[in-house]
Design a protein around this ligand. Structure first.
Ligand code: ATP
Length: 353
């Protein structure tokens, strides 16, 4: 399996260094034969190539089996005509990574303020309120007058169908319950179609129970009782916001692993951003990228029918639980270790498994 590694901005390089060590150790331990090929995106690519991402990089990623994308300083990339392209958007759009899978769970050894829970947000990744990926050319956010902006939200039946299918398939491997999160009371057409399509897809999964919740009410429900939820399917922006909340409710945004998956390609990427407030201080939690790497291995194992990759992914996830239980982790999740030291403790446990 060949994986392109793009360390990214802010806390990207320090957390990706740990994730890379974990991938290499898993490769040795489970005989995966991983080949890691390092390149640049974000600020480093802007300096070297005049753009945060390049078509040559996209070709390279397409020729590989997976991508690990570090956090990107998206907020600083304002003008695409000067090469300041949002790398997350670029890969999600051009690799057609329609599903963003964002698990959130509590771990033994950490204080679970809201009780234990284990859920997954399945977020549509290619349209919705994300104006930078909604049209073939031009933008779908327009300055009508200096004081008026219109941002278009695109919802298509095809994207509703495929994200619903991803959610129901995932639910079949879990507790067989899907919650549709929407704003159909206001966005009657777009979210109306989203709910109807999800329920229609759900008919092919009669064992899976379904409910739906309006997004604003969901913020209260998930804080009150996150254990009520198993798989949550929602549109792009609602999923982005909700999954930051669920990651933080699980203990820290630093536990927010995520996979961006399409039919042919997949990209592991932390749910959080580049966290400039803690960059370069050796305090960022590498767990989100470690989990994202495990999800990428699991995706590849499922695609190829190769159990070694699934075993490696399960071992990485179990090792994370062990390190948290032993408080061999960063401060945000109850430990005392720095990023590098948490990585070293993780490797010791993974190789001893
Ligand atoms: P960006 O502009 O790139 O989105 P941000 O700081 O606005 O960066 P996040 O990077 O998502 O947004 O960070 C939100 C908060 O969560 C910050 O206080 C940050 O320090 C914290 N955080 C994010 N990632 C981690 C991590 N891996 N470990 C510990 N804390 C984190």
């Amino acid at each position: 399996m060949k994986i392109i590694v793009l360390p990214g901005d802010g806390i990207g390089p320090e957390t990706m260094a740990v994730a890379v060590d974990v991938l290499q150790a898993a490769s040795e331990r489970f005989g995966l034969g991983l080949q890691l090929d390092f390149d640049v995106a974000g600020h480093d690519s802007l300096k070297q190539h005049g753009a945060t991402v390049t078509p040559a990089l996209l070709d390279k990623v397409k020729a590989a089996d997976g991508l690990m994308l570090g956090p990107m300083a998206t907020f600083e990339f304002k003008d695409a005509s000067r090469g300041e392209i949002n790398p997350s958007m670029w890969f999600r759009k051009h690799l057609d990574l329609h599903a963003n899978i964002r698990p959130a769970r509590t771990y033994p050894g950490m204080q679970a303020r809201l009780g234990e829970f284990d859920l997954v947000v399945v977020r549509e990744n290619t349209e919705g309120f994300y104006a930078d990926r909604n049209v073939e050319s031009g933008g779908s956010e327009m300055l009508i007058t200096p004081d008026v902006v219109v941002s278009l939200r695109r919802i298509t039946r095809l994207c509703c169908e495929r994200i619903a299918r991803s959610a129901f398939e995932l639910a079949m491997t879990r507790k067989k319950h899907v919650t549709i999160v929407h704003k159909a009371n206001v966005l009657k057409l777009g979210d109306g179609m989203f709910i109807d399509t999800c329920r229609e897809v759900g008919k092919a999964f009669p064992e899976v129970t379904i409910d739906d919740v309006i997004v604003d009410a969901m913020m209260a429900h998930v804080v009150r009782a996150p254990q009520r939820y198993d798989v949550i399917v929602t549109t792009n922006m609602f999923g982005d916001i909700l999954s930051d909340l669920t990651a933080e409710l699980s203990g820290s945004l630093g536990l927010g692993g995520s996979l961006n998956a399409g039919r042919d390609y997949a990209m592991g990427q932390a749910a959080h951003g580049s966290a400039p407030d803690i960059a370069g201080q050796n305090i960022a939690n590498p767990a989100s990228l470690i989990l994202s790497a495990a999800m990428l291995l699991n995706w590849h194992g499922n695609k190829r029918g190769d159990a070694r990759f699934q075993q490696a992914a399960a071992a990485i996830e179990a090792t994370l639980a062990d390190t948290i239980a032993a408080h061999e982790c960063t401060r945000d999740v109850g430990g005392t270790l720095g990023t590098r030291e948490a990585g070293a403790a993780f490797l010791k446990r993974l190789t001893a498994r």
